[in-house]
Write a protein that binds this ligand. Structure first.
Ligand SMILES: C[S@@+](CC[C@H](N)C(=O)[O-])C[C@H]1O[C@@H](n2cnc3c(N)ncnc32)[C@H](O)[C@@H]1O
Length: 219
């Protein structure tokens, strides 16, 4: 494992000054976006699996290669774990797309969240592990909490865990949850594993501080 990952560098040195305004606007509106055909197809696989073997759900959004999805399947043996990532290249590194109690979908998370919410399906746990940080201040709206789809996370609810190697990202996510009326907590993860994801492994090997924000959201 290479230990040369660079720490996040940004022109933003604390929580974004426009966070409350952006999150507030999104909380007052309903996210509507056309759902792509390939996301509908991916969702059909998930629907089929839920109907064939009904189980409570765990989401592993932005799962990358699905390394964490397989680990979470062991942690939650009575659940169906759904790993979602838009990168076919990353997912192709995983030897199976459906195995035991987990399923990997190549899809955009926002569309799968919309379809789940529309069908009234709610995960018990929702992991978002090391999403792209989008560290430029101008990119606030590309971060999960600055995106118009953020309210969908509240509709889906569950125990949400977000991890990042950029403390400001975890703090902003926590502030956005707070603005939405949900209080969670941030902890610094231990410097030694076990590593839940490959990015986590890379960041730990490179000596980065890692942050976890958890919150319980009742939909
Ligand atoms: C930094 S990687 C982290 C991957 C994995 N969670 C890990 O820790 O190893 C971020 C992942 O998010 C995926 N991604 C980014 N935006 C996405 C979206 N809107 N929907 C689905 N996946 C997305 C990327 O393809 C990438 O695999």
């Amino acid at each position: 494992m290479q230990a040369n990952s660079r720490v996040v560098s940004s022109n933003q040195h604390s929580v974004h000054p426009r966070l409350a305004e952006v999150v507030g606007r999104h909380l007052r509106t309903t996210h509507r976006a056309e759902i792509s055909a390939h996301n509908i197809q991916a969702y059909e696989r998930l629907s089929f699996e839920i109907k064939a073997r009904p189980r409570p759900l765990v989401l592993d959004s932005f799962c990358g290669t699905g390394h964490s999805t397989a680990a979470l399947a062991e942690r939650h043996p009575g659940h169906l774990i759904v790993g979602i990532d838009k990168s076919a290249r990353r997912l192709a590194k995983h030897p199976h797309s459906l195995r035991g109690n987990y399923l990997l979908l190549r899809a955009d998370c926002e569309d799968i969240w919309t379809l789940l919410a529309g069908d009234g399906l709610r995960p018990d746990y929702h992991y978002m592990l090391y999403p792209n940080p989008w560290p430029k201040a101008a990119h606030l709206q590309r971060r999960i909490h600055g995106h118009p789809s953020f309210p969908l996370l509240l509709t889906l609810g569950g125990t949400i865990e977000l991890r990042s190697n950029w403390k400001i990202y975890a703090e902003e996510f926590g502030c956005a949850m707070h603005l939405a009326g949900h209080r969670g907590r941030i902890v610094r993860l231990a410097n030694k594993g076990p590593d839940l994801t490959l990015f986590e492994q890379k960041y730990r090997c490179s000596g980065h501080a890692l942050w976890s924000y958890t919150v319980n959201v009742k939909p």
